[in-house]
Write a protein that binds this ligand. Structure first.
Ligand SMILES: [Zn+2]
Length: 298
């Protein structure tokens, strides 16, 4: 048998468009759309059909001719995500086809929802219409829907000055002079740094501060791979350093050493910024750097 000839491609096109009448019901619907309203029509049984039809599809009876404004918002009852829009789709970026129950309607309307990503739309999502800029009485006057606004991004910036009170003020005044001040509990003899006014263990009041040397031992440390404004570069090491003569460690940066060479028991010394750059702030200590002394057993 001879094989069938290949099908030829035919195109039927009306340049300038094919003019047809809308009928009274669709005409009213499109006129309302042009005025940025969505209307349905009430059936004899009282239901509101959107888009409106000339006959009730349930009974075949003519509708009542009573138009009811619905929406403009609605609720998604079903949706399907379109990853790659085709020519002729209402949007040129990924979107969702959704059946939308407009507020006040008894039927659902199929339309596109510009949700941004498939996780932003589901059954129950509230959506609002986006109108075309210049409505012309075409079904495309209702361009598409977008999810309801549920959050906003508000710029936040807070600037404040901190006045260190009591004990912290004493400690920072020491830091401004290049000295680390601790407090010795007269009862249990423990030395705390930064200086504080009472012993956290026994509650005894702490008197005059004691000067601690700028040397100490790394007890624990962390290698950080996320940048921090205080750190010179990434990765940087933050560590708990037990100052010589203190009983609790303080947290500080460790520098002048590759991150992978920092270890428990490493001896370190505070590296201070030059005196003319000092303020009453912890930024006076650039970081702690290895002293080169043998490691200490902790
Ligand atoms: Zn104590």
């Amino acid at each position: 048998m001879p094989s069938e000839p290949p099908a030829a491609r035919h195109v039927l096109e009306f340049p300038g468009g094919y003019t047809r009448t809308t009928g009274p019901v669709i005409g009213r619907f499109l006129s309302e759309l042009r005025a940025r309203r969505i209307v349905g029509v009430r059936t004899a049984g009282g239901r509101v059909l959107v888009p409106p039809l000339e006959y009730d599809p349930g009974t075949g009876d003519p509708v009542t001719g009573e138009y009811v404004e619905v929406g403009p918002a609605g609720t998604v009852t079903t949706c399907a995500w379109v990853d790659e829009p085709l020519e002729g789709h209402p949007l040129d970026r990924p979107f969702a086809w959704a059946l939308i129950a407009l507020d006040g309607a008894d039927t659902t309307l199929l339309h596109a929802v510009d949700a941004g990503n498939p996780k932003a739309i589901a059954t129950g999502t509230r959506v609002w219409p986006v109108w075309s800029e210049r409505p012309t009485g075409n079904v495309t006057d209702l361009s598409h829907f977008v999810p309801e606004v549920t959050r906003i991004v508000a710029p936040v910036r807070t600037e404040y000055r901190l006045r260190a009170g009591g004990a912290l003020g004493v400690f920072l005044a020491g830091v401004e002079r290049g000295v680390l001040l601790g407090g010795r509990c007269p009862s249990c003899q423990k030395v705390y740094v930064p200086y504080r006014l009472s012993c956290p263990e026994c509650g005894t009041a702490i008197g005059e501060p004691v000067e601690l040397p700028g040397t100490g031992t790394v007890t624990t440390f962390a290698i950080n791979n996320l940048p921090d404004p205080r750190a010179p570069q990434v990765p940087f090491v933050s560590a708990y350093i037990l100052l010589d003569g203190a009983d609790i460690p303080m947290i500080a940066l460790v520098g002048d050493v590759p991150a992978h060479e920092v270890r428990h028991g490493m001896r370190v010394r505070a590296v201070w910024v030059p005196p003319e750059e000092r303020t009453a702030s912890m930024t006076n200590i650039r970081w702690f750097a290895p002293t080169g002394e043998p490691d200490v057993e902790l």
